[in-house]
Structure formats: structure tokens, C-alpha cells
Write a protein that binds this ligand. Structure first.
Ligand SMILES: Nc1nc2c(ncn2[C@@H]2O[C@H](COP(=O)(O)OP(=O)(O)OP(=O)(O)O)[C@@H](O)[C@H]2O)c(=O)[nH]1
Ligand SMILES: [Mg+2]
Length: 587
């Protein structure tokens, strides 16, 4: 299916044309029929000569109803531009064309209607030239009369050619269905309609309401009035929702694929049309079927920051337009550059931001996004419309490669600095590093740790062999001197304390590899274990604890944990009768 919106000045014959093409009545309201004027959007469809279907969103031409017109045109990818032969180019011809151009609509047809009332030539020439200067470019033009039927077969053929040229949306696109109508059906509940521009809807789907983020469930689907289990874009659809009051689902609301859209009330955009500096401070942003007041802050020549009166589900690259309702003027087209822009608090921040925005074109760009943000979560980028094609550095975090390398260097420097300032601590707590590096997540700190650094017990430590603080090193030297000839006699705790080796200092010396801890306060010099193994290997095998104690000239206080350590290291093996033998003596 193709969806085409009409456009054109009031009374130029849009609805009459849609009626002639489809046999359906686009003016739904009694008031519209009484006044002979379209007030709100109308919907009708027909089968083309090729067999394809085209659905029309018929818009009002009266200047008072331009907001309704924009809600119809916003989600539609193509336009049927109508000008009456007998009236020619008129103010809303210009305003509607400006709107299509601002939205970047690139597909359309020109239809000069009421060709039975006047020579269509001048209108064809003028409108053709006006349209050619916009995003629509050169379009096929057809003159018709709804009264005589002249030109209608040619128009149907031209619609077929237009339909064939329209690009298909990517099949895996997320759903963002802008609601253009909502009503209640007794027994079924709330129904909303809209133009499905991308993705697929299915009965049972969970969707997210753009306004509140609340989840809703699809109870039923209609496509052009026929019930379906699923509907693929592009299509006109009616969606029946479970348990959602109608008042929560007005025009401008959107149904979203969960997790694929953020909601933002702050965005940086490029504007076309009037220079940024000349824009009024307040305008209305029209996007999809939504119209939201926006405060405008110029940043660069053609870039502005918009603060919206309520958040919208926008993605990088979205097209929108700004309208001045007071002056009845399409102030400009909008391309969304950033839906999560940084605050502009520091002096000069706005100018710096303008320089950044000058290089953006609204095409989602992961590398650039990471360069600007340094770090970002996968979900956050997805919800901006930036496809994530790189692997996370930790958890769901992505990092700019250069920033990541500099963080790793800073982590090493901070670890060294901390060790110097806190020599007796077993490394720097991960949270301290997280804070010093300004990181949002501990997982990032841990992912930055590379050998010889390592994470242990919630701290990042340098590897063993670090220099000990002076007093501890002196005390260790004292132990070494005192025990050089009694290597297996661990000094008593009170001796250690006299030399300045309290629990903290002992811990530091042990971590640095200067002492070896057998039990709480039982320490030996590091070489003692291998030396002990060599002595034990010289005993008749197997040997008892007592034989070992004597051979090593030590006490049970040392011999028991020492043998247990040797067991754990696989040097000795404990036999059932509590004797041991050396199974793999050290070299
Ligand atoms: N003679 C003649 N009259 C036409 C033709 N097309 C439309 N009309 C008449 O022009 C008037 C306006 O037609 P509509 O179809 O309501 O115009 P519209 O563009 O939908 O108007 P709005 O929706 O209010 O913007 C009606 O009286 C139609 O009967 C045509 O081809 N020939
Ligand atoms: Mg009409």
C-alpha cells in the first residue's frame, strides 16, 4: 500500500478528487458536508490499474485548519498537490507547499482540477515552477475535471508510476505510529488510526505510549477497514487497544516499539528557511501528527536548540517543521541533529556547540556520537536512532576508542598515585577510581584494569613487588637479618610489633612479597618455603610432623601451617596416617 496526502488551497477540489478516485467520502463530519469544506483529515482508498492500493489522507485547505493539514502530511511519504485551474496559485497553495518542502517530502504529483472551468495551462505552469523549486522537484502533472471525468484515467496511471517509485521502508524498522484519530467502539474499546510509515504491527504486540511510556497491548488491527493479524508498513491502520481510555490517545500521541525511542523535550536541530537568528523565540514544532510549542534558542547560523512544551519520541535525522501560528507562516524545516544534547551552562558553551552542530547532518553516526559523548549505553544510542554496530567495552557501555585509551592511562596513573599516598592499603578501591575518572559505572573501572594491575577484593592493586614505604622496608630488613640463620623460626607477634610491623604493615609487606604469611601473625621470609621443601626431601620418606619440626628446627606454630601450605602447593602429600612424603621437591 502507498499512502498519499492531498495538499492545496481551500475549495480547489481535493476532496472532490479523492471522492472521484475512490468512490469514498473523505469528509466524515456532517458539518463538513453542510459547509462544503474539509475541516479535519479524511481517509479513502482505491485500487490502481496495476492492482496496487493507494490510500489518501485528505487534508483541509482552509488557513484556519493548517495544523490539521500538517498532522495528515507529517507521516505521509508523498503528496497529491491540487491547484484549481480557475483560481490558480493561492496563499495556502504556497503555505502547503512550504510545509511539504520543510518536511523534505520528495514524492508527489501535481493535479490541476476544475479543468472544465478554465484553461489549466497557466495553473500547471505556475504550480509546476513553484513545486520544482522545492524538495518535491519536478513532478508529473495532470489536468482533471471531477465533473466530466477528463484526466482521471491519466491521473490513475500517474499515481501508479508514483507508487512504483516510492521507496519501501526497511522491514526491521521500529514502529512509530503517529495517532491521527482516536475513537471508541462499543464492545471493543479504544481505536486509534494512523499512517504506519515503517515496521510491522501484529495483534498481541506490546507497544509503548509516547506520552507516558506506559505499555499497551494490541487487541485488534484493521487495514483499510479489514481485520488483520498483522500489518506491514506502509499502511493506513486502525489499532484497537486493550484497557486504554480514549482520552489518553489523542492526535499527536504515538504508539512505539518498546525500547526503540526516547522521549525528549530538548533537541538541537538544523533549520532551513529563515536564518536561525531571525526566528521568533516561540514557535510550534510539527512532527508526525504532533504539534508542540517550542522555545527557540539560536546556536549557529542554521542551528537552534528547541525546548519543547512536552516530550516527543524523536530520533536523530527526523524531519519536522516549525510554524509561526500567529503569522500563519511555515518558519522553516527541521532536521533533528541531537535528541540528547549537552547542557549549555559554561561560558562559551553555545558557541562551542554551534561548531559541533555545524558538522552534523542528521545521519546517525555511531563513531561520531561516541566521539562527542565519550561513553554511552547501547540502549541510549538505540533510542536516539543510532544503530549500534560496535561491541561494548563493559556491560552495555560503548566507549570512544581514544577516550578509552586515555582512561586506561589515567587509571594506571591514579593507581600509582594512590599507592604512594596510601602505602599500607591493598590498592585503590574501585569506587575511588570510578570517582576520580568520572565514570558512571564500576564495571567500566574493572574493564579498564590491565596487567600488571588487577582487581581483587574491590580494589585495584599493582602486582606484587611494589616498593614498600621506608619504615616497613626497614622492619622487614630487620626480620631478614635476625632470622637469616633460623629461617623457619617465625618471629613472635610482639617482636614484630616492636619493630613496627603491626597488622597493617604486615599486610603491606606480605602483599609486596617481602614476607610470606603462613597464619595470622606467622610470617617467614619468602624463600623459606622452598628451603623447607629441600630439607624435607632429605628426610627418610614418609616423615611425621615431629620429624619435620625437628629437621626444620622450628615449633608446631610454624611447622603445621608450613606443611599445610606445602600440601596445597603439591610439594608434599599427606598420607592417611598423618605422615607425609615429598612428591615434587623444588629445584
Ligand atoms: N466544475 C468543477 N467543480 C469542481 C471540480 N472539483 C471540485 N469542484 C467543486 O469545487 C468545490 C470545492 O471542492 P472540494 O473538493 O470541497 O474542495 P477542497 O479542496 O476539498 O476544499 P477544502 O477541503 O475545504 O480545502 C466544490 O463545490 C466542488 O464541487 C471540478 O473538477 N470541476
Ligand atoms: Mg476538502
Amino acid at each position: 500500500m502507498r499512502v498519499v496526502a492531498t495538499a492545496g488551497h481551500v475549495d480547489h477540489g481535493k476532496s472532490t478528487l479523492v471522492r472521484a478516485l475512490t468512490g469514498m467520502e473523505p469528509d466524515r463530519w456532517a458539518e463538513e458536508r453542510r459547509r462544503g469544506m474539509t475541516i479535519d483529515l479524511g481517509f479513502a482508498w482505491t485500487t490502481l490499474p496495476s492492482g496496487g492500493t493507494v490510500a489518501f489522507v485528505d487534508v483541509p485547505g482552509h488557513e484556519r485548519f493548517v495544523p490539521n493539514m500538517l498532522a495528515g502530511v507529517g507521516p505521509a511519504p508523498a503528496a497529491l498537490f491540487v491547484v484549481a485551474a480557475d483560481e490558480g496559485w493561492m496563499p495556502q497553495s504556497a503555505e502547503h507547499l512550504a510545509a511539504l518542502h520543510a518536511l523534505g517530502v520528495a514524492y508527489g504529483l501535481l493535479v490541476v482540477t476544475r479543468a472544465d472551468l478554465a484553461d489549466p495551462g497557466p495553473a500547471l505552469a505556475r504550480a509546476g515552477a513553484e513545486i520544482a523549486a522545492t524538495s518535491l522537484g519536478h513532478v508529473e502533472a495532470v489536468a482533471v475535471s471531477a465533473v466530466t471525468g477528463a484526466g482521471l484515467p491519466e491521473l490513475r496511471a500517474a499515481l501508479d508510476r508514483l507508487a512504483a517509485r516510492l521507496p519501501d521502508p526497511p522491514a526491521d524498522a521500529p514502529v512509530r505510529l503517529w495517532v491521527d484519530r482516536s475513537f471508541t467502539i462499543t464492545g471493543s474499546g479504544t481505536v486509534v488510526t494512523g499512517t504506519l510509515g515503517g515496521g510491522r504491527l501484529a495483534v498481541g504486540d506490546h507497544l509503548e505510549l509516547a506520552g507516558t511510556g506506559e505499555q499497551v497491548r494490541v487487541r485488534g488491527l484493521h487495514r483499510l477497514g479489514v481485520a488483520r493479524d498483522r500489518v506491514d508498513a506502509v499502511a493506513r491502520v486502525a489499532v484497537n487497544l486493550r484497557n486504554v481510555p480514549r482520552d489518553r490517545l489523542g492526535r499527536g500521541e504515538a504508539l512505539l516499539t518498546p525500547g526503540r525511542f526516547g522521549r525528549t523535550d530538548l533537541l538541537d536541530v538544523r533549520v532551513t528557511g529563515e536564518p536561525a537568528a531571525d526566528l521568533p523565540a516561540t514557535l510550534t514544532l510539527h512532527v508526525g501528527s504532533a504539534a508542540v510549542p517550542a522555545r527557540v534558542r539560536p546556536l549557529g547560523v542554521d542551528t537552534v536548540r528547541l525546548r519543547l512544551a512536552r516530550p516527543l519520541p524523536l530520533l536523530v535525522g527526523d524531519r519536522a517543521l516549525l510554524r509561526d501560528p500567529g503569522r500563519h507562516l511555515i518558519a522553516g524545516g527541521v532536521t533533528v541533529l541531537d535528541v540528547a544534547p549537552p547542557p549549555l551552562t559554561r561560558r562559551g558553551a553555545a558557541a562551542a556547540r554551534a561548531r559541533v552542530l555545524a558538522d552534523l547532518d542528521g545521519r546517525p553516526d555511531l563513531a561520531g556520537e561516541l566521539r562527542r559523548r565519550a561513553l554511552a549505553r547501547v540502549g541510549e544510542l538505540t533510542r536516539m536512532g543510532v544503530p549500534v554496530t560496535a561491541a561494548p567495552v563493559a556491560g552495555d557501555w560503548l566507549a570512544d576508542p581514544e577516550h578509552w585509551r586515555s582512561l586506561a592511562a589515567r587509571l594506571t596513573a591514579e593507581t600509582t598515585r594512590y599507592a604512594a599516598a596510601h602505602p599500607l592499603e591493598a590498592g585503590v578501591p574501585v569506587d575511588v577510581l570510578r570517582h576520580r575518572l568520572g565514570l558512571p559505572d564500576r564495571a567500566l573501572v574493572e574493564a579498564l584494569v590491565r596487567p600488571p594491575l588487577r582487581v581483587a577484593g574491590g580494589r585495584v592493586t599493582a602486582s606484587a613487588g611494589d616498593a614498600l614505604p621506608e619504615p616497613v622496608a626497614r622492619a622487614v630488613a630487620r626480620v631478614r637479618a635476625e632470622y637469616a640463620d633460623r629461617p623457619f623460626q617465625a618471629p613472635e607477634a610482639h617482636r614484630l610489633a616492636e619493630w613496627g610491623l603491626g597488622p597493617r604493615e604486615l599486610g603491606a609487606a606480605v602483599r609486596a612479597g617481602a614476607l610470606l604469611r603462613l597464619a595470622d601473625t606467622v610470617v617467614l621470609l619468602p624463600g623459606a618455603v622452598d628451603a623447607a621443601a629441600r630439607v624435607l626431601a632429605g628426610l627418610p620418606q614418609p616423615f611425621t610432623l615431629s620429624a619435620a619440626r625437628q629437621a626444620l628446627d622450628t615449633t608446631r606454630r610454624v611447622a603445621v601451617p608450613l606443611l599445610e601450605l606445602l600440601d596445597r602447593r603439591g610439594v608434599t602429600r599427606r598420607l592417611p596416617d598423618d605422615a607425609r612424603s615429598v612428591v615434587s621437591p623444588p629445584p
